[in-house]
Design a protein around this ligand. Structure first.
Ligand SMILES: NC(=O)c1ccc[n+]([C@@H]2O[C@H](COP(=O)([O-])OP(=O)(O)OC[C@H]3O[C@@H](n4cnc5c(N)ncnc54)[C@H](O)[C@@H]3O)[C@@H](O)[C@H]2O)c1
Length: 344
């Protein structure tokens, strides 16, 4: 049985981690901690388990064997490493951490402790993405030449429990903005879909519009456009934005091969289809798009629990996600220097 401790009880914990542990028959929630004690109390009242006064108190409970780290970005590495050293398996939210040194230290702490480190890159668990990866592998669109992938919405103030006073806008707590919030999803995803790594990045990452509650520009980026070259030679763009001021978010990927074009979530009516050069369309999912990440389980907690129960490596290991983080940090450097940055 996985006995989980929840560190941070905000948006992601409330919408995914906590309900998904509660729904998993192989898991039980031991308790919660949050700087805002009321938030932890509310979760304990709703889902059971106790409230811990601090991260240390939670980590010293010997009945807890796994934790979810659901706090602001700049605390991911420190809390994850402490938890691993305390003998807990860790599911840490994305972005994995805010520097490559931190990512490496997390992976090393997992190796030294013999505990699992998994990262919440939930896009890998979406069934359209898993099917698309298999189709590309089978050669359904021939050799991949180019791609475009994007994730954009109105901004994290519409999601965070802290609304427009959110830590997402504060450089000291978030380190990076849209590129770390949304860009890491699509960066990790393109490597996952193509079963390849990004070798080179040219990027513009900037703050165009978003203001804090005082009306000042936020401390982090609100837009990122990155050109990625893969090791295979394929090239494409990754766009992340917090300034898509329409109601619906954009969250799509299109991959262009020598024998067709693969579309994922780029139309409201079909989630996955291939357009062949002769005009034929092959639909793989006929159901309407239902914002799968929001309305259904993310699959991340089930994967964490199942990997622990089966004593196997998770399919979103810290070691693998670190390869996507390298590309994200290369994008930040490219934007700062105006140069193309080599990753691998
Ligand atoms: N996988 C996804 O798609 C996804 C979506 C949203 C957020 N996230 C990630 O989840 C993490 C949390 O984001 P959120 O949207 O839940 O934020 P949020 O602002 O809604 O909630 C964060 C919570 O953490 C608490 N907190 C912060 N530091 C703490 C500490 N040291 N100890 C105890 N509690 C602490 C805050 O009081 C707050 O309740 C971020 O890293 C974010 O990038 C992932």
């Amino acid at each position: 049985m996985v006995k989980a401790g929840i560190i941070g009880c905000g948006g992601i914990a409330q919408n995914r981690h906590i309900p998904e542990y509660a729904a998993n028959p192989d898991a039980e929630i031991a308790g919660y901690c949050d700087w805002n004690r009321d938030r932890a109390k509310e979760m304990a009242a709703k889902y059971g388990g106790r409230v811990y006064e601090s991260v240390d108190e939670l980590l010293s409970d010997p009945t807890i064997n796994a934790v979810s780290v659901c706090v602001a970005n700049t605390q991911h590495a420190e809390i994850t490493i402490r938890a691993l050293k305390a003998g807990k398996h860790v599911l840490c939210e994305k972005p994995m951490a805010v520097s490559i040194g931190e990512c490496e230290a997390m992976v090393q702490a997992a190796e030294e402790s013999g505990k699992m480190l998994m990262i919440g890159q939930n896009q890998r668990m979406m069934k359209e993405h898993q099917r698309a990866r298999a189709l590309i592998r089978e050669g359904a669109i021939g050799k991949v030449l180019t791609f475009r992938t994007a994730f954009g919405h109105q901004g994290p103030e519409h999601w965070s429990v802290m609304k427009n006073r959110t830590w997402f806008f504060d450089k000291a707590q978030a380190a990076m903005g849209a590129v770390a919030d949304l860009g890491v999803h699509k960066t990790d995803l393109i490597q996952f879909l193509l079963d390849d790594y990004i070798s080179e990045v040219t990027a513009v990452i900037t703050t165009l519009d978003k203001k804090d509650p005082e009306g000042l520009p936020i401390g982090v980026d609100d837009n990122a456009v990155c050109v990625y070259r893969m090791r295979s030679g394929a090239i494409g763009t990754m766009t992340a934005s917090w300034t898509y001021y329409g109601a619906a978010e954009e969250n799509y990927t299109v991959i262009y091969g020598t024998e067709g074009v693969l579309h994922i979530y780029d139309r409201p009516d079909y989630t996955l289809y291939i357009q062949k050069p002769d005009g034929e369309r092959i639909y793989y999912e006929m159901e309407k798009k239902l914002r799968p990440e929001v309305l259904s389980g993310s699959g991340v907690i089930d994967e964490f629990v199942s990997a622990l129960t089966q004593n196997r490596e998770s399919c979103i290991s810290g070691k693998d996600v670190m390869m996507a983080m390298k590309a994200v940090f290369a994008g930040v450097e490219s934007s700062r220097t105006g140069q193309t940055v080599r990753v691998l």
